[in-house]
Design a protein around this ligand. Structure first.
Ligand code: ADP
Length: 547
């Protein structure tokens, strides 16, 4: 007897359902895009759905077969959203190229992925021309924002017109690939991950939940996080699923332009890396009365640690910063740091402690952390180990890169490379990336904890703490500090500030003033550059400005 077999339909979880829903349920909702010339394009969900379906048919007509990669090289705007839905509907895998990488890296990635068609913003053609020749034979479709379409390429608008209604779209299985991203390659070659329709649908459903990002059709959502960075954290899919108004900034990501768009479009939710928000809070604090309309805005911040001091400054102004953690390999959502009600009522200190942790796991994401010998560690808020994850939207391998299979443990968990503690409430706190932790005399010092504390000093704009070799202790911390204009800071003043929270042996041995912290293409501190720059550091030498 098959008595226990469920009597429920085997209904596929595909992005096509979300696409159809845009037109069926929220046809008049808006998608607003800022063009490169700052003019505004407004279209409805119904129009976006029609155009995405035309794109899908045009791609099928152009010969795209199931699993073929179709690349985008584009800013955040409605045509990119059409690609988010149209390419998967054609059976293709949308490969978002990271336009902040160097041309050689983008060329390597596009070749490795074997991209068949590239859909590119006209304003990005100068970048594209620098790596185009390195790619295998492919077709180029140009999204026109006013410039001419070069010979040998075709206009996106003309391309859509070839998507005749009688062209049949393929049946999509929920396990089919829909999108692809490469990690930024801060540790070796960039590595690609192919996401599945099922993973993306589940990721959207979970991401939109009240105690995750909390999306609703009453929201107006502006993803600052680029659509080429880990699916813009899944925001475009989750937002369209819930029927929210979507606003795209195009290439204008400076604080003034973003704030103007927040106010103009009445944005209720946004998301981006900490550096974006640092710029925004600095602008607001110069003239708070001018930015009253921003009160009530919610933001998700991730990609690297949101400094607790920044979270507080936003909160003081009435903007909520939700800290979240994830990875390209995880589609990317892993944890979010909403504060549970019984923790929110125990005083400000505790409340902000929880806000600045990386948070608890999303439903369906399993977490564990292990020490260097592979022992699973207790969730006691103190034991530090490498975080491992598994779940329905987490990669099970890299695309065509078996050399990195050791990122997965024998029992299938993905090793994140992040060193964490986990507490009895399930909150994860990242103490470091495994390659950045400072190993001093057999003890570990968290560079991230030091950075956060240093960035809490009123004279400091930004700070990165790096491990440098030391004859006696193996490694010791060096604090690389960017001061605010007109400020100064001595080692003794810094020590005094830090000794509230740190033991003497954990304090940086030296500090050096730098002009800015070098960042990766996705806004993370590039500590390798600093480690190389200060490789010959003489401990205890006179304080100096780095030249
Ligand atoms: P890449 O690994 O290519 O640099 P990802 O965007 O996938 O790019 O980065 C994932 C890593 O970013 C995580 O493993 C973690 O180290 C870091 N990260 C992401 N979000 C946070 C966060 N909220 N706090 C601290 N680190 C974070």
């Amino acid at each position: 007897m098959a008595g226990s077999v469920a009597t429920i339909m085997d209904y596929p979880l595909t992005l096509n359902h979300l696409l159809g829903r845009m037109k069926d349920v929220y046809p008049t909702q808006e998608v607003v895009s800022q063009r490169p010339d700052k003019s505004v394009l407004r279209q409805t969900y119904a129009e976006t759905c029609d155009r995405a379906e035309k794109l899908a048919r045009a791609l099928v007509k152009a010969g795209v077969k199931k699993g073929d990669r179709v690349a985008t090289l584009a800013w955040n705007h409605s045509a990119h959203l059409e690609c988010y839905y149209g390419i998967p509907a054609a059976g293709g895998v949308m490969h978002t190229l990271n336009l902040r990488l160097g041309p050689a890296d983008i060329g390597y990635i596009a070749t490795h992925a074997d991209d068949r068609i590239v859909i590119v913003d006209d304003v990005l053609l100068p970048l594209y021309e620098q790596f185009r020749d390195r790619m295998p034979a492919h077709r180029t479709v140009v999204i026109p924002f006013g410039g001419p379409v070069p010979d040998g390429m075709e206009s996106y608008e003309d391309f859509l017109e070839t998507g005749d209604a009688d062209i049949a779209l393929p049946e999509i299985d929920e396990t089919d690939g829909c999108a692809m991203c490469y990690t930024s390659g801060t540790t070796g070659d960039p590595k690609g991950v192919i996401y599945s329709h099922r993973g993306m649908v589940l990721h959207s459903m979970v991401g939109a939940q009240p105690d995750m990002l909390n999306f609703s059709m009453n929201d107006c959502i502006l993803p600052v996080v680029p659509m080429f960075h880990a699916n813009a954290w899944g925001i475009p899919y989750a937002a369209t699923m819930t029927g929210a108004k979507l606003v795209f900034p195009g290439p204008h990501l400076d604080a003034d332009s973003l704030i103007a768009q927040f106010i103009e479009e009445k944005v209720t939710f946004s998301g981006g890396v900490p550096t974006v928000w640092l710029g925004i809070i600095q602008t607001i604090e110069k003239d708070p009365a001018k930015y009253e309309a921003l009160r009530g805005l919610r933001t998700v911040v991730g990609g690297s640690a949101a400094p607790p001091a920044v979270i507080r400054r936003f909160q003081d102004f009435g903007i909520t910063v939700l800290h979240a953690w994830g990875m390209t390999e995880m589609s990317p959502l892993g944890t979010v740091a909403n504060v549970k009600p019984h923790l929110a009522t125990q005083g400000e200190e505790i409340y902000f402690d929880y806000r600045s942790k990386q948070g608890y796991a999303a439903p369906f994401v399993d977490l564990r952390h292990r020490d260097g010998d592979g022992n699973i560690l207790p969730w006691d808020g103190e034991s530090m180990g490498e975080l491992e994850v598994r779940g329905p939207w987490i990669a099970s391998s890299y695309f065509n890169y078996p050399e990195a299979d050791d990122r997965w443990s024998d029992d299938g968990w993905f090793r994140t490379g992040d060193i964490v503690t986990m507490d009895s409430e399930g909150y994860v706190q990242i103490t470091d990336r495994s390659k950045d932790v400072i190993k001093s005399g057999g003890e570990w010092i968290s560079s991230v904890d030091l950075e956060n504390a240093i960035m809490g000093h009123p004279a400091v704009k930004e700070a990165a703490v790096i491990a440098l070799p030391h004859t006696k202790w193996d490694e010791r911390p060096l604090a690389c500090i960017v001061l605010k204009d007109g400020e100064s800071l001595t080692k003794a003043e810094l020590d005094r500030h830090l000794s509230i929270d740190f033991a003497k042996w954990q304090l940086p041995d030296d500090l050096v003033m730098i002009e800015e912290v070098p960042k990766t293409s996705t806004g993370k501190f590039q500590k390798l550059t600093l480690r190389n720059r200060f490789a010959d550091w003489q401990w205890g030498a006179d304080r100096r400005m780095a030249g």
